[in-house]
Design a protein around this ligand. Sequence first.
Ligand code: FES
Ligand code: FES
Length: 162
Amino acid sequence: MSDPHLLSLTVNGTEHEVVVEPRRTLSDVLRGDLRLTGTHVGCEHGVCGACTVLVNGLPARACLMFAVQAEGSEVRTVESLASADGTLSDLQQAFSDHHGLQCGFCTPGFLMLAEGVLTESPGADREELREALSANLCRCTGYQTIVDAVCATAAARKEATP
Ligand code: FES
Ligand code: FES
């Protein structure tokens, strides 16, 4: 077994230092050490996208990253979206309004993927958003309502931007 590593990273604006074995994944550390269980783990093989988080602003599959690869990074999980008083973010509210979730297992991953895409490409049109969202899997919704929710958020953000 390799020597443990002292990992320093920022998660949802809070700095953490965690002693990790090099073989552990970022999803292990988020869920097991930091108790941020909103990041779901489905396939553990990089296929489903349920574990998607933002690493330095970009969507990443937390089950495919070794935690040590996040050294010095800013990580955002689904727990960062709602306000401290529990008010949903605009994207979360849109998922609710457009029925973009059923069982909800895929939802944290879709929210973080969409948040990353909307930040990176605020001008993306529906087809571009569909393409980007096709990275993740949902077995319940048929995807249309998820795309509707993300498109509605994109439109509202565009309207709010001078
Ligand atoms: Fe990471 Fe499925 S759990 S991609
Ligand atoms: Fe059930 Fe997507 S809402 S997997």
